[in-house]
Design a protein around this ligand. Structure first.
Ligand code: ADP
Ligand code: MG
Length: 244
């Protein structure tokens, strides 16, 4: 489980996260939803210390860190080994083909042999029906394919928790559906997934838990059904604004 306690992040003119406490259970899918600018990315990035909160306790499984204190690079590395982030924008290595994109991290960072890294990459490509893409370069892929490769690249590092920040918001609907199908398959496989999304239909179908971030605070944290059937005015207003 990932747990944050009393997490705060202040910018000079904005409180991005205001003393929030929330749990992300292992082997479940948690969707983080909320209005633009509410603090979703700040929260997600705090989970792998890409964004450094001013205070709070971050616990990932057996590692617990007081974020108000200085952190050592080995503490940061430990957190990063448990988590992998997939961004909104395609972030593949443009000069490397798909296979090399998938093996670069395992070889360079995790010191795996080329053979082992390639076998793992091959297995991932097969699992997601993408073997024909192995030798292509990113510019030879559609946006949806690039984003699926970005997800596999994160999975190649075998993180316990996969963090995704609006992974489909740069894609048109057909390509978005391709990527969401991959994520839906992953969710069924009990990968621990934490995903910031604007796609309420996807969140409702796939997430076990919803965290509604509203103006730097937690507006809801609990089962998916409870969120989508909430009688609370603010949640109904948000869901109303997200549909048409
Ligand atoms: N580097 C920064 N400097 C100042 N304000 C920031 C910075 N990053 C984010 N913010 C502000 O913090 C708030 C939360 O941002 P963010 O977590 O990106 O929201 P979301 O992902 O929900 O759209 C926003 O009001 C944003 O403008
Ligand atoms: Mg964001």
């Amino acid at each position: 489980m990932i747990q944050v306690k009393n997490l705060s992040k202040h910018y000079p003119d904005k409180v991005a996260l205001d003393d929030i406490s929330v749990d992300f259970p292992a082997e479940e899918t948690t969707a983080i939803v909320g209005p633009s600018g509410s603090g979703k990315s700040t929260l997600l990035q705090a989970l792998n210390l890409l964004e450094r909160p001013d205070q709070g306790i971050l616990t990932i499984d057996d590692i617990s860190l007081d974020l108000a204190k200085p952190l050592t690079s080995s503490q940061i590395l430990q957190i990063r080994q448990k988590t992998a982030m997939v961004f909104q924008e395609k972030a593949l290595f443009t000069h490397l083909n798909v296979m090399k994109n998938l093996t670069e991290g395992p070889i360079k960072v995790q010191k795996k042999s080329k053979q082992e890294a390639e076998a793992k990459a091959q297995a991932l490509l097969e699992q997601f029906d993408m073997t024909e893409l192995a030798n292509r370069y990113p510019y030879q892929l559609s946006g949806g394919q690039q984003q699926r490769v970005a997800i596999l690249r994160a999975l190649a590092m075998e993180p316990k928790y996969l963090l995704l920040d609006e992974p489909t918001s740069a894609l048109d609907p057909e390509l978005e559906a391709q990527v969401l199908r991959v994520l839906k398959d992953l969710a069924k496989k009990d990968v621990s997934m934490i995903i910031v999304t604007h796609n309420m239909a996807f969140a409702e179908q796939v997430a076990d838990q919803i965290i509604f971030v509203d103006n730097g605070s937690i507006g809801y944290a609990g089962p998916t059904d409870g969120f989508f059937h909430s009688k609370e005015a603010r949640i109904k207003q948000f869901l109303g604004a997200m549909s048409f």
